[in-house]
Design a protein around this ligand. Structure first.
Ligand code: FAD
Length: 564
């Protein structure tokens, strides 16, 4: 089930608050880079998400929907919510997060991987989610003592936390079922709530003499023997049978074994430590793990965290995480400013489109900017082989060219070297900065002008003899690139050419193994460019290299049109 709650469906959280900007609410596709993916939508995760969405960050919450306290009808010790249902609290929390533009999905996260600067979260619906940071708030599993009937009473007659359930049985008959060396201390703690505490030794056996004396001194009754059965009582909340004797209780407390649900933290090798409660991933006071960009809050790292403690940890981690994001934003802005200053000093012209540092705030920019920031600058710096071959065959006289989706500028720089004056355009400021550098390094900067555009919306204001578009294909949802190609073709002079080289098959390392492609003829037809004849429409095989040097034969679809 998908519980994504579009912001528009939610009650307005605050009429005085600014609406989330388009930069903070991208189309929630699995390709959209998020600022933060929160794994786990219990008290800790939703609290982190709420702080982050209110800081106008793009936040995705992945939640399997099984909070630890789901067995309890009421919760206590939660300021302002005493006695409320824990599930009702979380439902309100989800509405609040969604009301500020957060996206919540009911899925199981299956792993977190690093990809360049980004983290990639996988989920059991087959989706992948690229993000700058991850908050893990997956909680823990209580491994209960193996006593017949205990599991059925968990969260009602049988509980573990005196601060959550002690007051409700004040002065009542309280049992403590021993599960380990910490159990006598649990009995001493519960003595704070009632003078009628029964310590059941269970399979742990009698405590040592000093411990026994301390229990006796405070009037705690010690009952030796294995607990044979637990059942909901008739006159009391609960009854237990020990060595043939029935004991009626108002509540039985016990300490389960804690099993942190931290598989997603293990994948990236987050450091852990042995604690009295078992092995847990270590975090600093703000919730940072040893892995960059990976945070953890709540029971997954702190079994003693009650609901308010998990809420506090989530809120604090979120604020510290947002500080890290701001520092990162500053670093990126400075890097762009440095490149621009260098380009200006070297006399490289940038024209049209937006200033490199202004966000275009479109889903395409969000996707491609993140993509290029995590990509080796050397990738895509060579010209497209099919383009080189086609232009060789056409024997065109160099004039003005427009390169759509120029990426790192392999085509643009090569065209400039052949004598073309090229306007190289892309949505990514990072990619364009690299084109400027490459053009300078090749000594053709006077022939290369970079311009930043989301080509589905705007185009450079130029008239050209050649439009090139190599692998101008996008996984971003809702983008119709044919419109951009038609508008670009309209900028061609009479007799000008459009050379389109598309992926025509899926490489084994491609991110979308299910992609399908039109045939060359279909592609030429779909473009439907007025006043143009099809010069060439064919499939060409080539051997391509993957990101790890692997090789495979793939197909390129090459279409060349000539404007009448
Ligand atoms: C019976 C009982 C009664 C309690 N009563 C109280 C009380 O009265 N007051 C109080 O303050 N505290 C109480 N607690 C403690 C309370 O449950 C915890 O403090 C609280 O749940 C911790 O919040 P959390 O966000 O860390 O984890 P959780 O609330 O457990 O939330 C974790 C969420 O992450 C999800 N998740 C796990 N793995 C994945 C994954 N791989 N992908 C996606 N989602 C995942 C889970 O399904 C869950 O929705 C009680 C606990 C129990 C067991």
């Amino acid at each position: 089930m998908d519980t994504t709650r579009p912001a528009a469906d939610q009650p307005a959280p605050d009429h005085t608050a600014p609406a989330p900007s388009s930069a903070t609410t991208p189309t929630p596709t699995s390709d959209t880079p998020w600022d933060v993916v929160v794994i786990g939508g219990g008290s800790g995760g939703l609290s982190a998400a709420l702080t982050l969405v209110r800081a106008r960050r793009r936040v995705l919450v992945l939640d399997a929907g099984a909070p630890r306290n789901r067995f309890a009808a009421h919760m206590h010790g939660v300021l302002g919510h005493d006695g409320r249902s824990p599930l009702a609290l979380l439902a309100t929390g989800r509405d609040e997060v969604a009301g500020y533009g957060g996206v919540i999905r009911t899925v199981q996260a299956t792993g977190v991987l690093r990809d360049g600067d980004a983290l990639v979260v996988t989920s059991d619906d087959g989706a992948t989610h690229r993000t700058r940071h991850v908050v893990v708030a997956t909680g823990l599993r209580d491994r209960l003592p193996d006593v017949p009937g205990l599991r059925e009473e968990w969260g009602r007659g049988v509980v573990s936390c005196p601060y959550c359930d002690g007051f409700e049985v004040a002065d009542g008959r309280i049992g403590v079922l021993a599960t380990g060396p910490g159990s006598p201390a649990q009995a001493q703690l519960l003595r704070q709530w009632s003078a009628r505490v029964v310590y059941l030794t269970g399979e742990v056996g009698l405590p040592d003499d000093a411990t026994r004396r301390a229990l006796d001194a405070r009037g705690v009754e010690v009952v030796e023997g294995v607990v044979e059965q637990i059942w909901a009582g008739t006159d009391s909340a609960l009854s237990v049978r020990v060595a043939g004797r029935t004991i009626d209780l108002d509540r039985l407390f016990t300490a389960p074994t804690f099993e942190p649900l931290d598989d997603v933290l293990r994948g990236l090798g987050a450091e852990r430590a042995d604690t009295p409660w078992g092995s847990f991933v270590t975090v600093d006071a703000a919730g940072r793990t040893s892995v960059d960009g990976l945070w953890a809050v709540g029971n997954v790292v702190n079994p003693a965290a009650t609901v308010p403690v998990a809420i506090g940890a989530g809120a604090f981690a979120a604020a510290m995480l947002n500080h890290d994001l701001v520092e990162d934003d500053v670093r990126r802005a400075l890097a762009v400013a440095d490149v621009e200053a260098g380009a200006a000093a070297a006399g490289v012209r940038t024209t049209g489109g937006s200033a490199a540092s202004d966000s275009l705030s479109t889903p395409s920019e969000a996707f491609w900017e993140q993509r290029y920031q995590g990509t080796d600058p050397a990738w895509g710096s060579r010209p497209n082989a099919a383009l080189v071959a086609v232009l060789g065959d056409l024997g065109l006289t160099p004039g003005r060219a427009l390169d759509l989706g120029c990426g790192h500028g392999g085509d643009a720089v090569w065209l400039a070297q052949q004598g073309w004056d090229v306007t190289a355009t892309d949505v990514s400021a990072t990619a364009l900065a690299r084109v400027d550098s490459a053009a300078r390094a090749a000594g053709v900067d006077a022939r290369v002008t970079t311009a930043r555009h989301d080509l589905t919306r705007t185009l450079p204001d130029v008239t050209v003899d050649l439009v090139t578009a190599s692998y101008f294909q996008t996984p971003v949802e809702g983008v119709v690139r044919e419109d951009a190609l038609r508008r670009a073709a309209a900028r061609l002079t009479s007799g000008g050419h459009l050379v389109l080289v598309d992926h025509g098959s899926v490489a084994p390392w491609s991110w979308d193994q299910d992609a399908t492609f039109p045939t060359p003829d279909e592609l030429a037809r779909t473009l439907g460019i007025a006043d143009a004849e099809v010069v060439l429409a064919e499939a060409r095989r080539r051997v391509a290299s993957g990101p790890e040097g692997q090789q495979a034969e793939v197909t390129d679809t090459v279409v060349v049109l000539r404007r009448a």
